[in-house]
Design a protein around this ligand. Structure first.
Ligand SMILES: *[C@@H]1O[C@H](CO)[C@@H](O)[C@H](O)[C@H]1NC(C)=O
Ligand SMILES: *[C@@H]1O[C@H](CO)[C@@H](O)[C@H](O)[C@H]1NC(C)=O
Ligand SMILES: *[C@@H]1O[C@H](CO)[C@@H](O)[C@H](O)[C@H]1NC(C)=O
Ligand SMILES: *[C@@H]1O[C@H](CO)[C@@H](O)[C@H](O)[C@H]1NC(C)=O
Ligand SMILES: *[C@@H]1O[C@H](CO)[C@@H](O)[C@H](O)[C@H]1NC(C)=O
Length: 622
């Protein structure tokens, strides 16, 4: 191209164009070689996530003065409804007071009353809720009150929910005396001297008083005794028990154990991080660690474990580890938090079911209502198509009633999983004769596993720990697997026993959130995802939510590259329930009156928030 050289202008322009083209080409080549994950991460950072463009929901922050009966309730619309209706029809303090109801979710009438103290003078703290919910309170994006039998026509403010357990005792009194009378005080029991309460002793007394409920009555034929359940709170040495954490533990014990007449016991399973501390050999050492790490009120609830103890309980060797992405030991709490629970269940066979519970979870409603309704609902679920239903998010607005949803899933999945799943090196047959298995195909059998997130197939889903599998033959395909994010779940004694045997005899394990669901799959146990209501900070179009959250294979929420448990995990950030959900903590703190102000709502006095029952994770601080 000699003629170009004749014009300096042309040549300069050409060089510039050429350089830019080359730069774009090089950039393209670089980007092309960056792993998908990084590329998507950078993309999110620069352009933001698609859901960040949905309008924010402000209806959560409305106060008690906006209460309406459920029949008049309208969820928040896309437009700013607040500007139109602001300051109309607000309830007065007296109106609000008439809507307070003492909250009692217990269905039984054969329980004997339990007390916090041994003289029988300190009553169980009472909870108060409000009839109705604030106008424009949003609806959950997935999950359902109706399907699970949870109440959706009441709400809880912070004093009604937590006042009984010690929330802002002094602050309430001050507010009560404020001259403009801007606080609606809930009726409350006289304050309790918490220092004097021994919760473990209270649980034992309550069980003794109610023993009649837990013995099999031989006279009345097939009458089953009430099964007892343990709620096992996972804590560790060095854990800081803030006043809010203390209130949450008191709530768990009062509502689940004492209020129900001992249907549940609450335990603290304490991870002793010092691996040299042989607490099982020395009572003095045990006591020393206990006193230094567990508040007096709860000491009797504690059971210790440590990673070095687990090395003795499950000695290994653990071979054929497919992948060790976390670089942690197989006995470590990150990869195998199920090990100490398995061992705990071996030593506490008086319980039929064990709820694995985490310290950074909160519930705005009543714990008994939640766990009891979830349990009954899960036990009543027909087994046919259960794995498939449990893999999919239930969007009530899109899918209709639970029955319609079930029919839809059935159409989408003509081939359902039923009974033990066959694969090379399966050990299921060896256990077939166990008595608790023989009845497991009946529909009304108690659920062996209840999870609080979908049970998805991680194979090829991009979920980070998919192949953290140990002890299966390395020359065969990987065993089939299931995962539910967040290890909070209910496990039956039978399931935990199988997990224990697989670990002890066959030296097998998997990443903690995958282990219990996969063992349930391998042995044909009854596993259910209970679709509890989950809220989002923004207004998602429901069809978009369905496309994204149910993007997996066969209509399920996992098993392919578009899974919301792999590269598209960020979609959960604005939710009230996920391992890293940001909104959960924000919403909880606002409800406590500790968040930042939201528009016209001060979150104080009659403006304080009233939320429907919702389960929150994670709440890292208060
Ligand atoms: C107690 O429950 C039983 C069985 O549900 C019922 O028949 C009975 O009427 C109840 N008694 C009271 C006092 O509510
Ligand atoms: C760990 O436990 C050992 C044995 O009890 C003790 O000597 C040591 O001081 C402990 N370490 C820490 C950091 O507490
Ligand atoms: C996983 O990695 C850690 C750190 O490298 C190592 O100590 C551990 O033994 C590994 N575990 C297995 C089962 O490979
Ligand atoms: C490891 O894999 C090999 C080859 O498949 C198999 O023979 C062996 O039994 C496996 N070991 C364990 C502990 O699973
Ligand atoms: C995982 O997916 C691959 C590719 O689709 C398939 O070959 C393999 O059988 C699957 N494994 C399991 C356990 O589902």
């Amino acid at each position: 191209m000699p003629q170009l050289h004749q014009s300096p202008f042309c040549s300069r322009q050409l060089r510039w164009t050429r350089n830019v083209t080359a730069a774009i080409l090089i950039l393209f080549l670089i980007l092309y070689h960056i792993p998908d994950r990084t590329w998507r991460g950078a993309n999110l950072l620069v352009f933001g996530a698609h859901w960040e463009r949905f309008p924010r929901l402000n209806g959560y922050y409305a106060g008690l003065s906006n209460l309406v009966p459920i029949s008049q309730h309208v969820e928040e619309g896309v437009q700013d409804l607040w500007s139109k209706t602001a300051n109309t029809d607000l309830l007065s303090e007296d109106d609000i007071r008439t809507r307070i109801i003492a909250y009692n979710p217990y269905p039984h009438n054969n329980t004997r009353r339990c007390f916090l103290d041994d003289k029988g003078t300190v009553d169980i703290p009472a909870l108060y809720s409000y009839q109705g919910i604030p106008q424009y309170h949003p609806e959950p994006l997935h999950g359902s009150y109706d399907a699970l039998g949870l109440r959706d026509d009441i709400c809880f403010d912070r004093y009604g929910r937590l006042g009984a357990y010690g929330l802002d005792e002094n602050a309430t009194i001050q507010e009560h005396h404020s001259p403009d009378g801007s606080i609606t005080s809930t009726p409350r029991s006289k304050s309790i001297n918490w220092q004097s309460i021994d919760w473990s002793a209270a649980q034992h007394r309550c069980h003794d008083t109610n023993k009649h409920r837990f013995v099999q009555s031989l006279s009345s034929g097939d009458h089953r005794s009430t099964p007892r359940q343990a709620l096992v709170l996972r804590t560790w040495t060095g854990y800081h028990y803030t006043p809010h954490v203390m209130m949450n533990i008191r709530a768990l014990i009062s509502e689940l154990s004492l209020g129900s007449g001992a249907e549940y016991d609450v335990h603290l399973l304490v991870h002793v991080k010092n691996n040299s501390a042989q607490f099982w050999e020395s009572q003095d050492l045990y006591r020393e660690i206990l006193h230094a790490n567990v508040p007096k009120e709860f000491r009797g609830l504690a059971t210790f474990w440590s990673e070095s103890q687990m090395e003795m309980v499950y000695p290994g060797p653990f071979l054929n580890n497919t992948l060790n992405k976390s670089g942690k030991s197989i006995h470590g709490v990150y990869r195998s938090s199920h090990m100490p629970l398995q061992y705990f269940a071996q030593n506490n066979a008086q319980y039929e079911h064990f709820w694995n519970w985490e310290m950074d979870m909160r519930y705005t409603g009543h714990y008994y209502e939640l766990l009891d309704r979830l349990g009954h609902w899960a036990n009543a679920q027909p087994r046919h198509g259960l794995w498939e239903r449990s893999a999919k998010y239930y969007l009530e607005k899109m899918h209709g009633t639970w029955k319609q949803f079930s029919d839809l899933v059935h159409q989408e999945n003509p081939n359902t999983i039923f009974g033990p799943v066959k694969f090379p090196s399966s050990q299921a047959l060896k256990f077939q004769r166990a008595s608790w298995l023989s009845s497991s195909v009946e529909d009304d059998k108690d659920a062996d596993l209840i999870t609080l997130s979908p049970l998805f197939d991680p194979n090829e889903s991009g979920w980070y720990f998919d192949t953290d599998i140990t002890g299966y033959p390395s020359d065969s395909p990987l065993p089939p697997r299931r995962v539910a994010i967040i290890a909070a779940s209910r496990m039956s004694r039978g399931l935990l026993h199988l997990m224990h045997e697989e670990t002890l005899q066959y030296r097998r394990s998997m990443w903690t959130e995958m282990w219990a669901p996969s063992i349930a799959l391998h042995y044909g146990l009854k596993a259910v995802y209970a679709p509890h209501p989950v809220y989002y900070d923004r207004k998602w179009p429901v069809s978009t939510a369905d496309k994204i959250f149910n993007a997996g294979k066969h209509g399920s929420s996992g098993g392919n590259a578009f899974s919301v448990f792999g590269a598209f995990e960020h979609n959960h950030l604005g939710s009230t329930w996920y391992h890293n959900a940001r909104f959960a903590g924000e919403l909880w703190r606002s409800w406590l009156g500790r968040g930042s102000r939201h528009g016209m709502f001060s979150q104080q006095g009659v403006d304080r928030m009233c939320l429907r029952s919702m389960l929150l994770h994670t709440v890292k601080y208060e």
